[in-house]
Design a protein around this ligand. Sequence first.
Ligand SMILES: N[C@@H](CCC(=O)N[C@@H](CS)C(=O)NCC(=O)O)C(=O)O
Length: 211
Amino acid sequence: MRLYDCAASANGYKLRHVLSWLGRPYELIPVDIFAGESHTPDFLRHKNPAGRIPVLEPEPGRFLAESNAILLFLTADTSLLPRDAFERAQVHQWLFFEQNCVEPNIGTARFWVLTGRARLHHPDVLRVRVEAGRAALTTLERHLQHEDFLVGGRPTVADIGLYAYAHLAPDVGLALEDFPAVSRWLARVKAQPGHIGALAPYPANAMVSAT
Ligand SMILES: N[C@@H](CCC(=O)N[C@@H](CS)C(=O)NCC(=O)O)C(=O)O
């Protein structure tokens, strides 16, 4: 099994996290997305027509993109994906929420801030993303005030999917102290076996210069 990935990607982090949690061996194929390696004709034709990582190659010649689709594929038939249809749908609920409300806001704002792209936009553009990220954390806080994990009172792949960008919120100025139930949940997920530690920083070729 191969994972096409970039060490600075939090979408990729989800997959490295779940693969470590499940103890599944894999070959990591680094893709320099900042040098255009995910937009070559071969990558677009065979790996992901969207030109993005992460991409999983579970067997030679079959490629799957979209981090949360890959999470669901990797956890099928494991204890991280509930067998009960309703609980499974709740896992989907949180993974859709992640792609709709968390990743495009906290993830995009963080990318802009940490690579110098924030200054290329009107300040309101960044502010809107950060405030939408705050709203997403508020949603999580409301749910986690009453739950130890997102679904069914035990760790599932939903926790892995949501952990990736939620734990990075401080990078865009969203203090986790303002979200105590989210903070306790992040610590609970981090304490599970297979935790992989910090995400790599953006590489030098991701940065935009000040001039
Ligand atoms: N919704 C996708 C987003 C993937 C994505 O945005 N990947 C970024 C890195 S985190 C990427 O490959 N960017 C390169 C590009 O768009 O050219 C997922 O969850 O996998």
